[in-house]
Design a protein around this ligand. Structure first.
Ligand code: NDP
Length: 448
């Protein structure tokens, strides 16, 4: 890290003890900004980087609700409104037992730069709870969402803060959250949440956008080396929203996707994942990944977690689409020894710093999540545009807008990396390009 940035990093570490994912995300950005502060020293004079590392507002609240057995349960809710230089705070809600302040802050921090990269007028934020919807009845999930929104509603709004989904928060949860917001406020404010159902203000392509966008980014990276996805073997982790739609578009582009996973283990299906079966099990039945192997038969195998890693499977392209820090140094070595040529983060920060370095040193095309998975939030911004104009666009039109946005992100990252003497380094390109726009807006808006 550049020595001028070391004191900033030390201060962040001191102020945020125990928040290791947040520190990891800050480190990754600060590692890229050395050449920027050398060229633009006024950013240090105005403490822009210190300010970006400190959320504008952090809300932590109790979420009491009653389970099906009549017992009162207590969870903790969070909303971190990180940066509003470019627009209202925008970022998803995560419901997962691992959620604590450090996870929400890492996600909110990443979101600032991701949202900037989309070119849309949206600031960065994130929220969630340590509640786990897994194994809960629909009624329990509804009661939890209603209680969560009973506090959250006072902090959000279409011009203030616009949440969406993330791990554990899909169409069902957004529906319950929106219903409670409407009930409390007596306002049909479509623009307060994104990821809504199609008949009540949602956008076509939003469901597919994150996974599709990740694959579009891979397509553009490969094209920079006169290569394509056609005929490539692809390994994907996860089997949620991002993984399923990354698999779908990769298959459409001629790739053979051979893996899927969840927290219980992974599936290796050398003939190619049967996506309709995977969707039925994960989306409709909310089942586990080994159900896939039982029903698929043939050469498909289930490897339980702890008995192997999805990254041991030989692949040309790897798409980590599950969760943070799921691809470690040893996994990167396994992928490299099997000849991987491109890795794109569908999830947020799935690759550890060590694994990222290994890929970059081996000249593997590596796309960081804040660029590669920005298609989801970009399409959320398209949903906001449709809500504001009370319009709804067709699938092909929205898909083409997403395609154009992803190409723009790819080209901007590549150009920024080149401009700062780091050609082909998409991590530096994404950090610099995302940061500059926010920093310039903050300078223009004064010390706030
Ligand atoms: P989902 O809840 O739909 O799916 C998450 C998937 O990852 C599931 O298969 C889940 O398995 C697995 N997973 C989650 N946590 C763990 C864990 N600790 N260990 C192993 N597997 C785990 O979430 P999404 O697909 O929406 O999100 C996936 C990633 O993409 C996250 O990093 C998210 O932040 C990121 N992202 C999502 C966007 C979106 O639009 N949805 C936008 C941009 C980024 P299990 O069911 O067993 O827990």
């Amino acid at each position: 890290m550049d020595e001028k940035l070391q004191p900033v990093r030390d201060a962040v570490l001191k102020r945020n003890p125990g928040e290791k994912e947040f520190i990891q995300a800050v480190d990754e950005v600060l590692e890229s900004l050395g050449p920027v502060v050398s060229r633009r020293p006024e950013l240090l004079d105005a403490s822009v980087i210190e300010r970006i590392c400190e959320p504008e507002r952090q809300i932590i609240f109790r979420v009491p609700w009653v389970d099906d057995a009549g017992k009162v349960q207590i969870n903790r809710g969070f909303r971190v409104e990180f940066n509003s230089a470019l627009g209202p705070y925008k970022g998803g809600l995560r419901f997962h037992p691992s959620v604590y302040l450090g996870i929400i802050k890492f996600l909110g921090f990443e979101q600032i730069f991701k949202n900037s990269l989309t070119g849309m007028p949206i600031g960065g934020g994130k929220g969630g709870s340590d509640f786990s919807p897994a194994g809960r009845s629909d009624e329990e999930v509804m009661r939890f969402c209603q209680s969560f929104m009973t506090e959250l509603y006072r902090h959000i709004g279409e011009y203030t803060d616009v949440p969406a989904g993330d791990i554990g928060v899909g169409g069902r949860e957004i529906g319950y959250l929106f219903g409670q917001y409407k009930r409390i406020t007596n306002r049909y404010e479509s623009g307060v949440l994104t990821g809504k159902g199609l008949s009540w203000g949602g956008s076509l392509v939003r469901t597919e956008a994150t996974g599709y966008g990740t694959v579009m980014f891979v397509q553009d990276m490969l094209a920079s080396r006169n290569d394509t996805l056609d005929g490539k073997t692809v390994s994907v982790s996860g089997s949620g929203n991002v993984a399923i739609y990354a698999t779908e578009l990769a298959q459409r582009f001629g790739a053979n996707v051979v893996t899927a996973s969840d927290s219980s283990g992974y599936v290796h299906d050398p003939k190619g994942i049967d996506l309709e079966l995977l969707k039925q099990i994960k989306d409709v039945e909310r089942g586990r990944i080994n159900d896939y192997v039982e029903r698929r038969g043939g050469s498909a195998k289930f490897i339980p977690s702890g008995k192997g890693s999805v990254w041991e499977v030989s692949a040309d392209v790897a798409l980590p689409c599950a969760t943070q820090n799921e691809l470690h140094g040893k996994d990167a070595k396994a992928l490299l020894s099997n000849g991987v040529v491109a890795v794109a983060e569908g999830a947020n920060m799935p690759t550890t710093a060590e694994a990222t370095r290994l890929f970059q040193n081996a000249d593997v095309l590596f796309a960081p999540g804040k660029a590669a998975n920005a298609g989801g939030v970009a399409t959320s911004a398209l949903e906001m545009q449709q809500n504001a104009s009370r319009d709804s666009w067709g699938f092909d039109y929205t898909y083409d807008r997403l395609r154009e946005i992803m190409r723009g992100i790819h080209d901007n990252c590549a150009a920024s990396a080149e401009d700062y003497g780091l050609p082909g380094n998409y991590v530096a390109g994404a950090n610099i390009s995302g940061f500059m726009k926010v920093a310039d807006a903050m300078l223009a808006q004064g010390v706030i």
